[in-house]
Design a protein around this ligand. Sequence first.
Ligand code: PNS
Length: 165
Amino acid sequence: MRTERIAVYPGSFDPVTRGHLDLIRRGARLYDRLVVAVLVNPEKEPFLPEAERVELISREVRGESRVEVRAFRGLVAHLAAEVGAGWLLRGVRSAADLEFELPMAHSNHLLAEPGVETVFLPARPELAFISSRLVREIARSAGDLRPFVTPGVAKALMARVRGKG
Ligand code: PNS
């Protein structure tokens, strides 16, 4: 019998934004353990490497004892089984997000052990415009990243851009 309420919050987090961090903090209040799972997609070259994405999130959530951060390959459903999670957590910023999310939620329901549910949390309105894609675009052109990411993440992004340049 499951006693701990464990949820997985999967994503690319390339990079983690203020919106993601808000979701992690709210999610951590809903569960005993929240596993933030950073997708490693071997078919796509990320902006930030896997280890750096994990490290940046870990630094930001250091004070959150219920949160752990790890990388994963393959299917979220398999990860959920591995860590004993009963829930998958995803943030929704708009109707367009939900359109993308619903097929994934249904697929995960079929793929995961019975009982694994996807839970959607609405993004806070003041953060709902933020996306990692926009952040990468702004970083590439050395724009002001402060409204979108934390200072630590901004620093890492600018270092990466300079390194690539
Ligand atoms: O932050 P993102 O890019 O919107 O996150 C997408 C993510 C990582 C949640 C999604 O691509 C994913 O779950 N990928 C792993 C493969 C998988 O399990 N897909 C869902 C069922 S088909």
